[in-house]
Design a protein around this ligand. Structure first.
Ligand code: FAD
Length: 508
């Protein structure tokens, strides 16, 4: 078929996929005045799998901070409705604050005072959201910023040239300066782009099912690890199951029938429970893979397109939104001709190692869920450890994403970390000043040389001066548009050091 040429439709960036990662990236790019087209395969953005209870997604600290900094957090109703984080799935006298391989840890055991730079009054450390609502809020924001979203158009292929990428969707073609594949675990951009997807094969088939059960008393509520696998009943009839079949059923592509689901559920629950109707079913696995690179010329990958792993402990969405927050401002700066050398490559350098950590965190959980006696013994040990202050604090730091940071050279422990939500004299918080997506030079000392430097970069950085209510002994901070600290001064600012730091992230 002959391609229809749409050369007059030329965009700065074309994004494949209007999932949460593609939408958030589009918002970041549009905020920085880039023209963005999203091509989305599905015509209908709604799906029961994106709605509660299956669409429940745990948000970690970096995600909550990112949404807060762009004024999006307040638009999410589900966390407000649930009031308490995890309130709908975790009850009991000791409030459960998360889990590792299904082993709970509790809020009271977590010693938050060890997170030296986390301020009281910062955003929540963990929240629950609904995937569909998150996508709705992000799509609304993207459209209000001028992003074009075309639904029902799947990216089928693309061709790179020196200065642009031509993206095919069937017989239609679109031109962009850059292409970002945010098209999920089966990414066409990844496959067509020749990215290597390396990793490990699955140990189980996971099921998300909605069923009518004739004899519901035969099943227990909540998470149940048994001698044959795991089943989790969040509400009557809504079940997640893990069957350690090496992922065979998922890969067989056989239809998920009532008979099959009943057989798996009976075996895992060790009951003769009867399913009277199968209303919905989907399968997934713990296959863990990551592309070895995140960039090929003018093409990037972000989100599930770049990394997949078991949804245990729910980190995939957070990992993907972190990719988008990191890539957005760097790509926008490049498009505006304001990127210092190496800025765009720092996306992969910073995000790939975080992906490695998350995949291993997921693998460790799968290993702790294997239905065999040795694993059960090991789980008992880990359970005891998670009941200690050290154990709970360590796991919370990782599950909530508090420990996430980038390796950036600097002379202060805060460099490379997310900026604390410092309260300024006027009662506002620094996170609220980041809605426009620009960098910030925060100067508590009204230093003349910092003021001059900020004016030299005034198209990229906002100069904020004044006093703060909690300074941690800091006199000035350079904050990247993604909220990461690029430079800190704990005493009289050294002009040479801030100029060096600024030149790494900004361009004149
Ligand atoms: C049961 C389950 C529970 C989970 N729980 C959590 C959790 O609690 N916390 C968490 O962080 N993560 C969780 N995850 C993972 C999380 O949902 C994913 O990591 C996240 O949705 C990935 O977002 P994405 O935008 O990268 O990809 P997706 O959400 O997969 O979106 C990709 C989009 O691209 C579209 N698309 C696909 N192919 C094309 C194409 N060729 N052209 C154009 N468009 C295309 C798709 O239709 C889709 O809209 C869970 C996953 C599952 C399965």
């Amino acid at each position: 078929m002959k391609a229809t040429q749409n050369h007059h439709f030329s965009y700065d960036v074309i994004i494949s996929g209007a999932g949460p990662v593609g939408l958030f990236l589009a918002c970041e790019l549009a905020l920085a005045n880039c023209s963005v087209l999203i091509l989305e395969k599905a015509e209908n953005p709604h799906s029961p799998l994106k709605q509660l209870p299956f669409g429940i997604r745990g948000l970690t600290t970096p995600t909550i901070e990112a949404l807060y900094r762009r004024g999006l957090l307040e638009e999410l109703e589900v966390p407000k409705r649930l009031k308490k984080p995890h309130a709908n799935v975790m009850q009991g006298p000791r409030h459960q604050a998360g889990h590792f391989a299904g082993i709970p840890f509790h809020e009271v055991d977590v010693d938050t005072s060890r997170w030296e730079y986390r301020l009281p009054g910062s955003t929540a450390t963990h929240l629950i959201a609904e995937l569909e609502e998150l996508e709705t809020v992000l799509a609304r924001r993207a459209k209000s910023l001028g992003v074009t979203i075309k639904r029902g158009l799947a990216v089928t292929d693309f061709y790179q040239r020196e200065d642009r990428v031509t993206v095919q969707s069937g017989d239609q073609s679109f031109q962009g300066k850059w292409l970002v594949g945010c098209d999920g675990g089966r990414s066409v951009v990844r496959k067509q782009g020749g990215f290597e997807f390396a990793g490990t094969e699955p140990e189980f088939t996971g099921y998300s099912i909605k069923v009518d059960i004739a004899d519901p008393d035969k099943l227990r509520p909540g998470r149940n690890l048994t001698e044959a696998g795991m089943y989790f009943q969040s509400q009557p009839g809504y079940l997640l199951m893990q069957d350690f079949d090496g992922g065979a059923f998922h890969h067989s592509q056989e239809p998920v029938t009532l008979e099959h689901v009943q057989e798996v559920l009976r075996r895992i629950s060790n009951t003769d429970v009867s399913i009277s109707a199968l209303q919905m079913a989907t399968t997934w696995t713990d296959r863990a893979r990551q592309t070895t690179t995140y960039r090929n010329g003018r093409v990037f990958l972000a989100g599930d397109a770049a990394h997949i792993h078991a949804p245990l402990g729910g980190q995939g969405l957070n990992l993907g939104l972190g990719d988008a927050m990191n890539l957005g401002w760097k790509l926008a700066a490049t498009i505006r001709g304001k990127a210092p050398e190496g800025l765009l490559d720092s996306y992969e350098a910073e995000r790939h190692p975080i992906g490695v950590q998350v995949l291993d965190w997921s693998r460790a959980q799968v290993a702790l869920m294997r239905p065999d006696p040795s694993t059960r013994a090991l789980r008992a040990v880990i359970r005891d450890l998670l009941d200690t202050r050290d154990g709970a604090t360590y796991v919370a730091g990782r599950v909530w994403g508090i420990q996430t940071h980038y390796e950036i050279a600097g002379n202060h422990p805060l460099v490379g970390h997310s900026v604390p939500n410092i309260e300024l004299e006027d009662g506002s918080r620094i996170g609220e000043q980041m809605r426009d997506g620009r960098g910030i030079l925060l100067d508590f000392g009204s230093n003349l040389s910092l003021n001059l430097l900020a004016s030299e970069y005034s198209d990229q950085v906002t100069y904020v001066t004044g006093r703060a209510n909690d300074l941690f002994g800091i006199s000035a901070v350079l904050i990247r548009p993604d909220g990461i600290i690029a430079w800190v001064s704990a005493s009289e600012p050294d002009e040479q050091s801030i100029r060096q730091a600024a030149a790494l992230w900004l361009a004149r």
